[in-house]
Design a protein around this ligand. Structure first.
Ligand code: AMP
Ligand code: MG
Length: 437
């Protein structure tokens, strides 16, 4: 990103949300891949095509507890004229058949056990005299006779090898996001670990002389750092690994020290100190260490935004996103700019959230031509989504965020959305979407 271009947008001209997103996402690269144990790979993206080296199931096996038979031996079987077969073997799941099924014989077989040579059909216990045989306590039934009382079609209760997954089959293509349900499938083809795009390490730094870490004593004039922990959680929920560096005071030395700790990661997120009216210390330090743009984005909350590249001593650059200080602005700006960045680094194809249409219950006002992201509670009722704002939308009021599960969009050029109108909503928390019938 050219310094000139970025700086052109400082102050006077505003960037649209899309322009800002485009600049930022262009600077984000998909990270390298790593081998991850299966159980830890959830949520990460496959870096290579996964082809099965084996058939699943590996051997043709029984779908029932029963008797493996030659179908041609039993075509005359009926309840009143059962066919008697000599039981020659018993095959448990995990063991191999010892004997071939020859005319007039059968092997007792358990679910999942391999079908012996010669047999083509499994007759379930229920269709034999198995209960009486068990009553007669014929130990493990071998040797002895079994009566086949009901006929099944040829091939019944036999699961052919490769029925589920064939050797050489593409199980998942590169780019697949691994969900919990996928893990069983990957385990079944024998993978102990998988190649996935590594998770980005995201350094988080709060800035401001007024900030105190939660849990510590609050002196007059100070406030607790709400952004640090909020951003830690947001980074984790987006798939990144948070590295919370703490609070940097508004002075050159402390900022520089803290920035040194931040540059080891893949992305740096700071909050506060970047808006137009701020003392220039944060902006000066950042500008001295890289190419930073200090932007005004046509959105509310979250207008002031800094973005650029910071360099360490070796010349390595990492992208830096400077979020506004107000906690609501910081979280909304995170949602719009940082979450897609982290998802792009993770290799996730769709970096943005899907939106749903909802009917607005109250109204959203837009008086200065910016895109409004109103915090709403969305729920599903009477066949559709309805959204209500969470009250006073001041960007300093975290309470407006607490109950919300979505962000409703009022477009830049629209002065208000009235009750009863349709509104587009980014659902930020599906687990909190209530379904009312
Ligand atoms: P600034 O962007 O530095 O002008 O900060 C804007 C507002 O956000 C000020 O009222 C700050 O006190 C407040 N603020 C900045 N950082 C934090 C934080 N980490 N937690 C809570 N409030 C903050
Ligand atoms: Mg400040």
């Amino acid at each position: 990103m050219g310094t000139d271009h970025a700086h052109r947008h400082y102050g006077d001209e505003m960037l649209s949300v899309e322009e800002a997103q485009e600049y930022i996402l262009r600077a984000m690269n998909v990270l390298e891949s790593e081998e991850k144990p299966l159980s830890e790979a959830i949520g990460q993206v496959l870096a290579q095509d996964l082809v099965s080296k084996i058939n699943i199931p590996p051997l043709t096996n029984s779908a029932m507890d029963g008797y493996a038979v030659r179908h041609e031996d039993i075509t005359e079987a009926s309840e009143h004229t059962p066919i008697y077969l000599q039981v020659i073997d018993e095959i448990a799941a995990g063991s191999l058949p010892l004997k071939q099924v020859t005319p007039g014989t059968a092997s007792r077989i358990m679910t999942g056990a391999p079908i012996p040579n010669g047999a083509d059909t499994v007759i379930p216990f229920e269709d034999t005299d198995e209960p009486q045989r068990t009553e007669r306590r014929e130990s493990v039934m071998v040797p002895g006779r079994v009566a086949i009382k009901y006929l099944s079609p040829k091939g019944s209760s036999v699961r052919p090898f490769g029925q589920d997954i064939k050797q050489g089959q593409l199980v998942y293509p590169a780019g697949t996001v691994i969900r919990s349900v996928d893990l069983g499938g990957l385990a079944s083809i024998g993978l102990g670990q998988v190649p996935v795009v590594r998770r980005p390490i995201v350094s988080i730094l709060s800035t401001g002389d007024e900030l105190v870490l939660p849990g510590e004593k609050l002196d007059d004039g100070k406030i607790y750092d709400a952004n640090g922990v909020g951003l830690i959680a947001a980074v984790r929920a987006s798939g990144g690994i948070p590295n919370f560096v703490g609070i940097a005071r508004d002075n050159v030395d402390d900022l520089n020290d803290k920035l040194d700790e931040c540059l080891r990661g893949d992305l740096l997120i700071t909050s506060a100190g970047v808006s137009k009216g701020d003392f220039d210390v944060v902006k000066d330090v950042l500008s001295a260490r890289g190419e930073m743009g200090f932007w005004s984005v046509r959105m509310r909350p979250g207008k002031p935004l800094a973005f650029g590249m910071l360099y360490d001593d070796s010349g390595k650059a990492i992208p830096h996103l400077g979020l506004p200080g107000n906690p609501v602005s910081a979280l909304v700006a995170f949602e719009i700019f940082a979450r897609p960045s982290i998802r792009k680094m993770l290799g996730i194809p769709n970096v943005f959230r899907n939106t749903v249409d909802a009917v607005l219950q109250d109204s959203i006002e837009n008086n200065d031509g910016r895109r409004v992201y109103a915090r709403v509670i969305i729920r599903y009722q009477d066949g559709g989504f309805i959204a209500s704002t969470t009250g006073n939308q001041g960007s300093n009021l975290l309470s407006s965020m607490l109950k919300s599960n979505g962000l409703a969009i009022c477009p830049e050029n629209q002065k208000f959305i009235r009750a009863g109108d349709q509104v587009q909503v980014h659902v930020t928390d599906w687990d909190r979407v209530e379904y009312v019938s």
